[in-house]
Design a protein around this ligand. Structure first.
Ligand code: 6PG
Length: 233
């Protein structure tokens, strides 16, 4: 596991983009990246929009780590927000996206996706080149919440989940697929994440009760990419 600490979200965006450029050099056939939602990645999407000529987007297939079961027009939609901030502004790159249709019946969409997600397989599970994760201050990641820990080991690619406070229905990659990735980056910024980050990274208190603590790809690279505020300095 590697921990990289940066002074700003902008510096994090530069770093992640450079890592993607490096992956593209190493993988002539192109790469697969799974994107998370929430607020943290929006800085990265904005950076990509402003630096769109610097990456061979046409060699990337984008998937989503999770989605809220809402229409893409909703500001709650992970794909919808990524589309409005970034993908709508790089249409001439013909980027391949495999987004989650939040407006569809969740179980039907999970069944559809679990047939559609065709990736290089490793031990019979899709192997993403890169999974970008965030973390909630309750230690959830993707839409894997502390009250649904069984989803960490679900053998399916995508699963349905429920937000424990809002009861909002979600669709999420299972922990099994995330841990099958070649590279997993947690991107965590802001002082409000400092406590949970310390608990998980230093294995303090009840650290094992948090889903994010169980993400560690046995054959892949795990990197925590954090800002000073989250790191607590
Ligand atoms: C989602 C995300 C989720 C997110 C964390 C952190 O759909 O909300 O995939 O796992 O990464 O909740 O969210 P913030 O970046 O908004 O803090």
């Amino acid at each position: 596991m590697k921990i990289s600490i940066f002074h700003s979200a902008q510096a994090i965006s530069v770093y992640i983009t450079e890592k993607i450029q490096q992956l593209l050099v190493e993988n002539v056939g192109g790469i697969s990246i799974a994107l998370s939602g929430g607020n943290t990645p929006k800085v990265l999407f904005q950076y990509w929009r402003e630096h769109k000529t610097e990456v061979e987007w046409q060699r990337i297939t984008f998937y989503w780590v999770d989605e809220r079961c809402v229409p893409h027009s909703s500001s709650e939609s992970n794909y919808g927000e990524a589309k409005r901030i970034f993908f709508d502004h790089v249409q001439d790159y013909n980027i391949r996206t495999c987004f989650i249709r939040g407006e569809h019946n969740a179980e039907d969409e999970v069944s559809f996706l679990n047939k559609k997600v065709l990736l290089s397989q490793n031990n019979e599970m899709p192997e993403f080149d890169l999974v970008l994760l965030g973390m909630g201050n309750d230690g959830h990641t993707a839409s894997l919440f502390p009250n649904q820990m069984q989803l960490l080991n679900d053998k399916r690619i995508y699963v349905t989940a429920t937000h424990p406070e809002t009861n909002q229905q979600r669709i999420s990659l299972s922990g099994t697929v995330i841990n099958n990735a070649k590279n997993v980056f947690f991107v965590v910024t802001g002082a409000d994440k400092s406590s949970i980050l310390k608990t998980i990274l230093h294995k303090k208190d009840n650290w094992e009760s948090y889903p994010a603590a169980h993400i560690n790809p046995p054959k892949g690279n795990l990197e925590w990419i954090v800002d000073d505020a989250a790191w607590g300095e």
